[in-house]
Design a protein around this ligand. Structure first.
Ligand SMILES: [Ca+2]
Ligand SMILES: [Ca+2]
Ligand SMILES: [Ca+2]
Length: 517
């Protein structure tokens, strides 16, 4: 069952009107379309307006399929222009303010700057949806008070009801930059009685990632703090600490697609254990995925039977480190890169002979560079230019993961980066069979091979273990790992093989659905 959308199929359009509020007053991009008033109207009334392919001159015809997304658009940043009456920083007010139209706005006193100083004022390349997003520059280096945090606010002329259509969560997308100073990203809302609640993003480093991040906030976080969700008057987006400002740094992030959603499928927040295909319902798709894994067995990994020793390879400065607390393996690492003809990184490894494999989950990786790397490696020696093979999670580059290898000592490195959409937490596996090395990423519910296998001759014993490099000489990154990956998502009954016992668990959860919040 599709729960986040209306599907209209093959409806005859009996009456079409060229004027009035209609779905075609809004833009359509890709397969998604955002009605100005969200869920206004019923599927049949929406379908009866106009035909898809010419919003200016509607005619009667057949609508084959329309999907109307099930959310309220708070702001998608598509309506701002370079005209004096509709510039982005006139709605999202910042520290700079503006002079026209009169009487202008003197600025909110914080270190924020919304939009660019020259047209086009909105960002038109780095966008999550449509053709525009909001650049939000921050400068928390000021002398004190408001000059030490950066905030933009939007005020609605009349209070907004954020309970209509049963909405339960606020979602926004943001995009960072590894050159940013890490500052706390927050969203605050204020009701018409002046009650304000600030919600911080859970990760301080979130503004360093050069990719779009979806941030889901349960609306009860605001209402539980006394903010009336039926009368939202202002929304703030900021960086720093607005209640106790302290000196910080600078940077720029981009904001797009601020929406209010009813409960919906958010697999990263909630899904039934037996939904193998990363949606929120247990159905035939999951049976099909289990069939693909049928009788797959767990493989013993001897690497975990010993203890790791750790060292810097290639003499990076400052020195890195390694620790294990019984559950989490942590590496701090400097280093130019693991690439080219010589490497600089931190390596926690042990020696092993013969065919072997290692599987870990990279649970966190501080994104100090888009090519920061953390993953599993098998290496001939501990020399900087040693032959090696590695499957690494990155800071976003290469689709988020790279399988790479250096076949000859002090020779060039090669890589494969065909899988995309990968970010921590992510499971990776490296397998050695003879001189053949194969890298895998666990993606969309199953293990997927990254590119082709590589041939890297090595002499036993080899070094196998965990590796990380910051890719920024002089700057450390922190990578964390654990062993929470299963050999198959279909292993619902934990006995080391996918068989009827796992199917029994799945059948027991048949058509179970879990939405968030
Ligand atoms: Ca947009
Ligand atoms: Ca499913
Ligand atoms: Ca099993």
């Amino acid at each position: 069952m599709q729960i986040s959308a209306y599907h209209l199929t093959n409806l005859a359009v009996c009456g079409a009107y060229p004027t009035g509020e209609s779905m075609f007053n809004r833009r359509r991009y890709g397969d998604e379309f955002s009605p100005r008033r969200g869920l206004s109207g019923t599927p049949s009334s929406l379908a009866s307006r106009q035909r898809l392919n010419d919003p200016q001159r509607p005619w009667k015809g057949t609508v084959w399929s329309i999907t109307v997304a099930n959310f309220i658009v708070v702001d998608d940043f598509e309506d701002y222009t370079d005209d004096v009456s509709s510039r982005i920083f006139q709605t999202w007010r910042d520290g700079y303010g503006f002079s026209e139209p009169a009487p202008g706005y003197p600025g909110n006193g914080t270190g924020s700057a919304v939009g660019y100083s020259q047209p086009p004022f909105a960002e038109q390349t780095i966008v999550q949806g449509g053709t525009q997003s909001m650049p939000l520059a921050y400068d928390n280096t000021g002398a004190g008070g408001k000059a030490r945090y950066s905030e933009t606010q939007r005020e609605w002329p009349s209070p907004q009801d954020w309970t209509r259509n049963n909405v339960k969560a606020l979602t926004l997308y943001f995009y960072g930059d590894p050159n940013n100073t890490a500052e706390q990203l927050y969203v605050a809302v204020e009701d018409n009685a002046g009650h304000v609640k600030v919600v911080n993003h859970p990760e301080l480093d979130s503004v360093l990632g050069a990719s779009w991040h979806e941030w889901n906030i349960e609306l009860t976080q605001f209402s539980a703090a006394g903010v009336n969700p039926k009368a939202i008057k202002k929304m703030y987006i900021g960086l720093g600490n607005r209640s106790s400002p302290k000196a910080g740094g600078t940077g720029t992030i981009y904001i797009d697609d601020i929406r209010a959603y009813p409960s919906r499928c958010v697999p990263s927040k909630a899904k039934p254990a037996a939904s193998l295909n990363n949606d929120c319902v247990v159905d035939s798709l999951d049976v099909a995925m289990m069939a693909q894994e049928w009788l797959v067995r767990d493989v013993a990994e001897d690497v975990w039977k010993g203890t790791f020793s750790s060292q810097d390879i290639g003499a990076p400065t400052p020195a890195g480190g390694f620790s294990f607390d019984g559950n989490t393996y942590t590496i701090t690492a400097d280093g130019n890169d693991i690439w080219g003809s010589a490497d600089a990184f931190h390596y926690a490894s042990r020696q092993i002979s013969g065919d072997c494999q290692i599987t870990v989950r990279v649970t966190g990786l501080q994104p100090v560079h888009e090519w920061v790397k953390a993953g599993v490696m098998i290496r001939d020696t501990l020399n900087a230019g040693a032959p090696n093979a590695m499957i690494a999670i990155t800071g976003g580059a290469g689709g988020g993961a790279s399988f790479q290898w250096r076949p000859l000592a002090d020779g060039a490195s090669s890589s494969s980066r065909t899988l995309t959409g990968i970010s921590p937490p992510a499971c990776v596996r490296l397998v050695r069979k003879g001189d053949t090395f194969t890298g895998y990423v666990f993606l969309n519910g199953k293990w997927q091979q990254e590119g082709q296998s590589a041939t890297v001759p090595m002499t036993d014993p080899v070094y196998i273990g965990l590796a990380a490099t910051s890719h920024v000489a002089g700057t450390l990154t922190t990578a964390t790992f654990d062993r929470a990956c299963t050999f198959s998502a279909a292993e619902l009954h934990a006995d080391g093989i996918v068989n009827f016992k796992d199917f029994a668990v799945l059948a027991d959860m048949w058509l179970e659905e879990l939405l968030w919040p």
